[in-house]
Design a protein. Structure first.
Length: 307
């Protein structure tokens, strides 16, 4: 383990530069390349939302559907492995899984994702996703209170257009009519979880009766996942961060939290994000806002027969 040197001696990064250095030690280039070279089977399901846009939620839903509600795991990413990190975590991507279909997690764009499988992506308001990511990393990957949300937004999220949220969104939006791609809306998932489960079951070819629907909806509820949050707290990644990256133990790595993400970002950050949306999404697709995208995708889903 490599000790972290930071400005306050806490042992946890206190700047984005320090956090980046820890992450670069934790995640190997070999592991990344191993994930990108994965060759999925045609029935494999890859869940690839952008970070903090519903990935863990989808893992729980898909695993519940294919197993009838199995909860005998210590980390959801042990049973639904993360493509880009599995090699570093000692997981064999080609190994048999507990049930059919095999399922994997990713955060890759359509441009980078290994082709040949089936793909589920949930989209989320970029402002909520940014706040959620900040809260997820704070107290784990960097010392709480050491980095402002404005600095985090500008330097960690908004500066990376080519590899960040907007590029990811655009790449998957262009695939929304691909029969092997299911695009969902995070906010619609919250509004009607049972219908989300039905759509996913149909997409992955899982027979669904009312008993299984009840189990999966209950186990994918916020209340249930909070009650079992230790199964969704990135155990494998936390072990890597502590053993290889040098992070101190005891960080809050919980992915499921009962918090409001509607808290206001600073007005200048909101304005800058709106400007990026206009340049990266509206100019390409004629979608003036995230709400316009949500409405367009919902209308398309309704036209395809989804209630």
């Amino acid at each position: 383990m490599t000790d972290i040197t930071n400005s306050n001696g806490s042992g946890r990064p206190t700047s984005l530069e320090e956090m980046s250095a820890v992450m670069s030690r934790t995640f190997s280039e070999e592991g990344w390349k191993h994930g990108l070279s994965f060759q999925p089977q045609s029935t494999d399901v890859i869940l690839s939302p952008y970070s903090k846009c519903g990935t863990t939620w989808l893992q729980q839903i898909v695993h519940g559907l294919r197993t009838g509600g199995d909860m005998e795991f210590d980390d959801i990413s042990r049973v639904v492995p993360w493509l880009e990190r599995a090699h570093d975590q000692g997981l064999d991507l080609q190994a048999s899984q507990r049930a059919w279909p095999r399922a994997y997690k990713s955060h890759l764009s359509w441009h980078d994702i290994p082709k040949g499988g089936r793909y589920i992506v949930s989209l989320r308001d970029p402002k909520d996703a940014l706040v959620s990511r900040f809260r997820f990393l704070e107290g784990w990957w960097f010392e709480a209170g050491s980095i402002s949300v404005s600095t985090f937004a500008r330097e960690h999220c908004m500066a990376n257009r080519d590899s960040g949220y907007w590029n990811h969104l655009a790449s998957w939006w262009e695939q929304r009519h691909n029969e092997n791609v299911l695009l969902l809306v995070f906010e619609n998932m919250k509004q009607d979880l049972p219908q989300t489960v039905r759509r996913i079951a149909q997409f992955i070819g899982c027979a669904l009766d009312e008993d299984l629907l009840e189990i999966v909806v209950r186990q994918a509820s916020l209340e249930f996942m909070l009650a079992h949050k230790n199964k969704f707290d990135d155990l494998l990644m936390r072990e890597q961060g502590e053993k290889i990256g040098g992070l101190p133990a005891g960080g809050d790595s919980a992915k499921v939290k009962d918090v409001r993400v509607e808290d206001k970002l600073p007005e200048e950050i909101l304005a800058e994000m709106d400007a990026i949306w206009r340049e990266e999404i509206d100019a390409k697709f004629g979608l003036a806002s995230y709400q316009a995208l949500r409405e367009a995708l919902t209308l398309e889903a309704n036209g395809a027969g989804a209630p």
